[in-house]
Design a binder for this molecule. Sequence first.
Ligand code: ATP
Ligand code: MG
Length: 220
Amino acid sequence: MSACRVIAVVNQKGGVGKTTTAVNLAACFGVSERTTLLIDLDPQGNASSAFGVSKPLHQVYDCLIGRMAIKDAVLPTELSSLDLLPAGPDLVGAEIELVTAEDRALHLDRALEDARNHYELIIIDCPPSLGILTLNALTAADSILIPLQCEYYALEGLARLMETRELIRASLNPKLELEGIVLTMVDLRNNLSRQVEAEVRQHFGNKVYRNRIPRNVRLS
Ligand code: ATP
Ligand code: MG
C-alpha cells in the first residue's frame, strides 16, 4: 500500500474558502518538503491562477479521460516539493461528457493510481457543486476537508454534504474519512457566526479544528 494521502477540499457552497484552503495547505506541505500534488478540479481554474497558470498546455481533463498520465501533465511550482495539475476550459465539458458513462465517478481514482506512488500528499480543490467532478474527487480521496463559513445556511449545506459522503461510503469508496472542518473567514464580532460555530462544534466535536481562519483582507 502506498503511503500517500489524498485529501479532497470540498463544500458545494460557493465562495467559502475551498481554493484558498487548498492552495495554502498544499504550499505549506511543499514548504515542509513533503512531496505534494495540488489538483485543480474546478473549471473556474482559481487554484491554477493562484500559481500564475492560465492557459495550460495539458490539464486535469486530459488525465480524467485517460488521454494522459498525471506525471506527464503536472507543472512544477516555485516549491520543489509541490507540483500542480492545472484546470483549463475543457474541464467544463467533462461534467457533461462523463455524465452518461457507467464508470463516471471512477475516472480520477484511476488516474491517481500511479500518482499515489509519487506523492506523500495529494490535495484536490473541488468545484462548488456535488456534480460529477466532485463525485470523482470523493471516490478518489482518503478523506474530505471541509472549509465552512459560519453563515445562516451553512449547517444545511453541511448536512447535505455529509449525506453525500455516506452515499459514497456505502458504494464507491468505503474508506472516505472526514479529515476535518475548518472555519473560514471568521468574524468574531458577528453574533450569528458565533452561534453557528457553537452548533457546528457541538455536532462535530473534535472534527472541527480549534484554529479558525479570520477574515483577512491580505489573504483575499
Ligand atoms: P468557489 O466555490 O467559487 O470555488 P471557494 O470556496 O474556492 O470559491 P475561495 O475562492 O477560496 O472560495 O474564496 C472566496 C473569496 O474569498 C476569494 O476572493 C478569496 O480571496 C476570499 N477569501 C478566502 N479566504 C478569506 C479570508 N480568510 N479572509 C478574507 N477573504 C478570504
Ligand atoms: Mg474555488
